[in-house]
Design a protein around this ligand. Structure first.
Ligand code: URA
Ligand code: SF4
Length: 183
């Protein structure tokens, strides 16, 4: 257990626990408000994130930012992170081993921030944390597990070319705001 997000970040920046450290340019620790009421969890950094060391700043990140703003949130109000903190080569999905090695960092982010809601963005986050599948059937649901409330929605990259999914995604994010007010 780490004492602070700052220490956790330093550890992630120097981490060599899995082979992704050999191909990354930069580790990508989570970023945002240490008192956030909601944490967003994606899959893994992409190219732009790997170059800059910041989560969700490429095209998927823009979709996420827009959905947040439509719901009255800013990126500074929330905390944004990923299942694994280093980019897998060619954006392949992280392996089970990589996910396992990296999981401790995510757990520490949860326990340091103590969010009211953890929003799982897309299948990799949903499967890793809740063992779930079929986002299209389960998006918009809130699931309780191990003392945390998990909200399920699409990955913002999955909605980029689908206007209907964009609406569904944006409505899900608005629903989170509503749920937070009730908590
Ligand atoms: N996709 C993700 O899952 N995470 C990022 O940080 C960027 C793209
Ligand atoms: Fe360490 Fe996670 Fe990066 Fe692997 S993906 S090197 S476990 S920070």
């Amino acid at each position: 257990m780490y004492e602070s997000l700052e220490l956790l970040k330093e550890e992630i920046i120097g981490c060599k626990k899995c082979d992704l450290c050999k191909t990354r340019k930069n580790s990508v620790p989570g970023k945002g408000n240490k008192n956030a009421e909601v944490i967003f969890v994606g899959e893994a950094p992409g190219r732009t994130e790997d170059v800059n060391g910041e989560p969700f700043i490429g095209s998927a990140g823009k979709k996420l930012t827009t959905a947040l703003e439509n719901a009255g949130l800013t990126r500074d109000m929330v905390y944004i992170t990923n299942i694994v903190k280093c980019r897998p080569p060619e954006n392949r999905k992280p392996t089970e081993m990589e996910t396992k090695q990296c999981q401790m960092y995510l757990k520490n982010e949860f326990s340091l921030i103590k969010p009211k809601i953890v929003c799982l963005l897309g299948n990799t986050a949903y499967k890793t944390i809740l063992g779930g599948s079929e986002i299209s059937k389960n998006h918009g649901k809130l699931v309780q597990k191990d003392g945390f409330s998990y909200f399920i929605t699409f990955h913002p990259a999955a909605v980029i070319y689908n206007q209907k999914l964009v609406k569904d995604f944006e409505n899900d994010i608005k629903k989170i705001v509503k749920l937070l007010k009730e908590k």
